[in-house]
Design a protein around this ligand. Structure first.
Ligand code: SF4
Length: 352
């Protein structure tokens, strides 16, 4: 069995480490490129949401390299079309002559029995691999957060990303938990040594669909671009945040907080988007960007509500819908124009 899975930003490294920990033979997904997207779009149902198409492109490339089993999560505690992803992808691949197996992780609690079935690992080994992976995810998110702070302040542009790129390359080789802890210390030290100007800068909150906000390829490296334009980015939505939310039933509180704007769920992370925007307003942020893939119903449904909050509060707001038709140059122009608005808003606030 040669397994593969979707590429998902820096998290891909943690998934790769998990597979290795379980002694699975893995064909890691290649970093998504325009060519990957083109391949996926060619065979995907036209009206399906964009991440499904990108995943299909990842799978086709891994199948070309020998992968025969696809590990695919469906809605882990959520409710939207992600629930049908694996089934649609399986059908589409089979229709295109790719006879691969799917191992589907869904809301049922049999994750361990499925892992055991594909890896043969003991219960103890699986627990060890899970703890190892959670720590790897934690480090990835810490590094991303640190980079969000450093980029707009670094003196030599690009220093932060140079450290990050080499860090994620090194991380792929780690095998033991103790090495992971050592790695975290070393990289944090390297990041802390980057020369920065300690200054206040405008802050922008990023919210939206989880795959799109966390995958730097699909969102055209928006965090890096904003950082290089002198803006500090904040992003609450992440994989660990999503898991913690499910464990601690946070959706119940979120629903109460957003009640004046939305009385029901709309699926996906639609409610979170409203909740996060209200939080960014309360914390005095200088702008909010919503990232959504085309055909994403939850995010499309809440977009008018986010617009309403923008009109009520005056906080600059930009909604970017992303798919295969979107050109990076167009996104760059919109981001640059938005940053000008954010900086004006920030300066006006400083004067009052
Ligand atoms: S959140 Fe949106 S884009 Fe993501 S799977 Fe659900 S419907 Fe599709």
């Amino acid at each position: 069995m040669k397994i593969t899975f979707p590429y998902w930003g820096n998290y891909t490294v943690a998934f790769e480490l998990l597979a290795k920990k379980l002694n699975l033979e893995v064909v890691p997904p290649e970093k998504t490129t325009p060519r990957t997207i083109e391949k996926g779009v060619k065979i995907a149902p036209e009206m399906y949401c964009f991440p499904l198409k990108v995943n299909l492109g990842n799978f086709l490339e891994a199948i070309e390299k020998g992968a025969d089993t696809i590990v695919m999560p469906t809605a882990l505690g959520g409710s939207c079309r992600l629930r049908y992803y694996a089934f649609v992808q399986d059908k589409v691949l089979k229709e295109n002559g790719k006879n691969v197996n799917f191992v589907i992780f869904d809301q049922s609690l049999d994750i361990f029995s499925k892992l055991k079935k594909i890896s043969g690992a003991s219960f103890f080994k699986m627990i060890e691999a899970t703890i190892f992976t959670l720590k790897a995810l934690n480090i990835i998110e810490k590094l991303e957060k640190k980079a969000q702070y450093l980029r707009p302040r670094e003196i030599e542009k690009g220093d932060t990303d140079r450290v990050l790129i080499s860090a994620f390359r090194r991380m792929r080789e780690i095998e033991k938990f103790s090495e992971l802890l050592k790695f975290e210390k070393e990289i944090m030290k390297e990041l802390n040594q980057i020369k920065i100007k300690r200054k206040k800068v405008p802050r922008v909150g990023i919210l939206g669909e989880i795959y799109t906000v966390c995958d730097h390829v699909v969102n055209f490296e928006i965090e890096k671009k904003l950082g290089n334009l002198g803006v500090e980015v904040h992003r609450e939505m992440s994989l660990l945040y999503h898991l913690k939310k499910k464990i601690f039933f946070k959706d119940f509180f979120i629903q109460r907080k957003i009640k004046p704007y939305l009385g029901s769920t709309v699926g996906g992370h639609g409610r979170d988007a409203i909740y996060e925007m209200l939080k960014y307003v309360k914390k005095g942020f200088d702008g909010v960007i919503q990232l959504l893939p085309s055909f994403c119903m939850p995010e499309t449904s809440v977009r008018p509500i986010l617009e309403k909050i923008h009109q009520e509060t005056g906080i600059p707001f930009l909604s970017l819908s992303l798919d295969e038709q979107v050109a990076e140059a167009g996104i760059d122009t919109r981001i640059e124009a938005f940053v000008d608005v954010v900086k004006n808003y920030y300066q006006k606030k400083q004067k009052t």
